[in-house]
Design a protein around this ligand. Structure first.
Ligand SMILES: C[S@@+](CC[C@H](N)C(=O)[O-])C[C@H]1O[C@@H](n2cnc3c(N)ncnc32)[C@H](O)[C@@H]1O
Length: 204
């Protein structure tokens, strides 16, 4: 991920700049929890503007890359890394001003449980910021292709699924408000199977 990530990351730059523009201490955002932080490609977009970042990931091998990304963003002292899953966040109730999830809800075992946990750790008025690849609409050829290739996606992507209806899961999660946009990423070749995306913000 550390070597392949940057090759795809530029495609999300503008979306992420918009999405993370609310992560500012002047806007009441001090503590950010990033679930499934991975190699931490998002830190460069917001780390300097908040006070405390808690990165949660079940894969401890990611931590060294996340630390490196935090150092590059000049935010090493703000980052606390925790081993854990989205479905059982090892964090206190109402302890986060914002939660960030990018390309994670495709991999969690139980989306509804993960989103319930996100709501639990957010303070009232806190925001979930998400950017995720999702299932193509039923009836589209790509939807059938995603279903056929999903075992391969799961193998290559360590449990990732191309057929998740993530927006519906977020809608069901009981947030007070939800603002989301759908878009397609210009991936070529096999990566086109994860072209459909959603981006948005849910408020507790
Ligand atoms: C495709 S990577 C995305 C990493 C990063 N968020 C990004 O945008 O590049 C998926 C990450 O989710 C983590 N992950 C997988 N299952 C998870 C779970 N149940 N809870 C939290 N994180 C999980 C993986 O270890 C991996 O770091």
């Amino acid at each position: 991920m550390d070597s392949l990530g940057p090759k795809a990351e530029w495609r999300f730059r503008e979306r992420k700049l918009g999405l993370f523009s609310c992560l500012r201490r002047e806007q009441g955002v001090s503590t950010v929890v990033e679930v499934g932080m991975g190699t931490a490609p998002n830190l460069k977009h917001y780390a300097k503007d908040v006070d405390r970042i808690i990165g949660v990931d079940p894969n401890m091998a990611m931590h060294q890359y996340a630390r490196k990304a935090a150092e590059a963003a000049g935010a090493a002292a703000k980052l606390q890394l925790v081993t854990g899953t989205a479905e059982a966040l090892p964090l206190e109730d109402a302890s986060a001003d914002a939660v960030v999830m990018t390309h994670v809800l495709c991999s969690v075992r139980d989306q509804q449980q993960a989103l319930a946990e996100v709501r639990r750790v957010l303070r009232p008025g806190g925001k979930l910021l998400f950017l995720e690849h999702v299932a193509a609409p039923e009836g589209e050829v790509l939807h059938a292709v995603q279903r056929a290739l999903n075992p391969v996606v799961g193998f290559v992507g360590h449990g990732c699924s191309a057929t998740r209806c993530t927006l519906a899961a977020i809608e069901r999660a009981g947030f007070a408000s939800l603002d989301a946009d759908s878009f397609k990423v210009s991936f070529w070749g096999p990566a086109a199977v994860i072209a459909p995306h959603i981006v948005g913000c849910a408020v507790k």
